[in-house]
Design a binder for this molecule. Sequence first.
Ligand code: WT7
Length: 656
Amino acid sequence: MPEGQSRNDTIEDRLVEDRTFPPPESFRAASLVSSPALYDEANQDWQGFWARQAADLLHWDQDWQTILEWDEPFAKWFVGGKLNVCHNAVDRHVLAGRGDKVAYHWEGEPGDTRTITYADLLADVQRFANVLKGLGVSKGDRVCLYMPMIPELPVAMLACARIGAPHSIVFGGFSPDSLIDRINDAACRVVITADGGYRRGQPLALKPNVDVAVGATPSVEHVVVVKRVNEPVTMVAGRDHWWSDLMAAADAECPCESMDSEDLLFLLYTSGTTAKPKGIMHTTGGYLTQVAFTHKYVFDLHPDTDVYWCAADIGWITGHSYIVYGPLTNGATSVIYEGTPDTPAQDRLWDIAERYGVTILYTAPTAIRTFMKWGAEHPASHDLSKLRLLGSVGEPINPEAWMWYHEHIGGGRCPIVDTWWQTETGAIMISPLPGATITKPGSATFPLPGIEIEVVNEEGQRVERGGGYLTITRPWPSMLRGIYGDPERYQDTYWSSYAGKYFAGDGCKLDDEGYLWLLGRVDDVMNVSGHRLSTAEVESALVDHPAVAEAAVVGAKDDLTGQAVMAFVITRGTHSASPELGAELRGHVATKLGAIARPKVVIFTDELPKTRSGKIMRRLLRDVAEGRDLGDTTTLADPNVVEEIKRRAAESPTED
Ligand code: WT7
């Protein structure tokens, strides 16, 4: 991009990507949405549009009186309406004669499998709902779930929803301390866990963490334990119970509690890197409406023929919305896999996709870049011809990762939906509709029907072209209803940067055709000689080079330029690190983005520090780059990674 580009208050727009991919004709012809009609309808009457979705996609016990009550920043959707999420996700499919349909093809990491029909789910969920009641859980009580990716996890979630007890899932990789904070914040009465789960071929213990935690969580009265790995565990009489014992003794029938549309469905804590985690609140009617709508239309779901696989963990919002609530509400058949993608070998996902005939795959850029690093021979050794649609979520997808996904996983024939959303938004907000939208590699394209997005500058004024800050300008059904116990923090965090707008914390640019390109978190934006550069663009320029599988860049303090771009790079396939390659990469970035974006240093590494959900922790890389002691590393997936990177950084000479 032009070196002469003037200094800019907002984030600069440098990366040029002009490849376009219209929906293949065969895909378009069979897709649910192949014209802009849905957008037109929503543009004319967005509230009416959401009301129609709520009525079409869900069963309501009682109709709502008001579509939306909006008292910024507090929204109430479908006010006065009553429904039960579990009834919508399970019972109504069985009542309609679809009990034998497979809800989940589940596969454990060791290779054990279970096929779970909607009728099976209904039976288990009713019993477990009675188990919860038997432990004294009633409507409104919070239940903590700390479990591996086993079928009992969706069963426990649905049982909570059935009786109106909000769940709070804590990802199985979190420590006892994280568990303590989250249990105490929500004052959970019961914890559901397992002896452990399988990870990289080993049993990973969970119950011992719960034992430590409950010593410091006075609200917890009972712990229910699923036996998964057969490791010895300590059971405290009166407090701890085996799942199987309780299920065997429970009644088979449990009616659904008719819930208010605005009753709390669940809490999910976002692991802020430093601050106290926020208990994000999601309620019933609006959440389920937008989750069902987006799952149906973004994934073009044909429930009778599709085999859908979201390869996220249920412990994250992606799993809540797109493994459990969305797919079940839409009567889909899904795959759930318990373990890691390289166990026993680096083709595990492709082996699973082939065996179950997966047609829709939804995963994260971090996973895609890992597959690039491992090499295309792994997917190539499996028949992936049933795949017809691919999805991406969690981070900006670099154009080259998009192209690799398109070619090596999608066989060049599958549209890709790059879906932007957050724990806070509850459901997808920006995404192509795969039968209607011409995609561009690296762009999440447009807001979905019913959603209004504005990119603004520092002053909150609309930006028509170029970089800025991503805001949402009107309420949406699955929006967070607040932070549990802290309405002020809710207001401050999300609604105080720009008047009347929800600020998502992400940078974003608009191209000439109005496509949205996410630029990463604004906290990570680099300021080099007054130029505000996006991490996403520099990383994409690096990944564009054939030798690079993955890259993370940060701005480190620099006497001359304020900040300097420091690049951490993982090489791809047979390429290996060398000073020559470092110089070549620096030049490559300068060619693509202008000299201002040229990394001062390229540090080659084998791994990058990531959160457990796969996001790069640039804050830690800044610490390394600036030679500081490391800040809080408790949310880091593998603490050893940073030590290794520190060592590599010390060996990398500063150039120029
Ligand atoms: C943040 C939210 C939404 C489920 C998983 C993450 C980033 C998410 C994209 C995308 C660019 C993305 C944003 C967002 N993000 N999807 N398609 N393109 N960035 O949920 O942990 O709440 O993270 O993830 O920075 O704000 P989360």
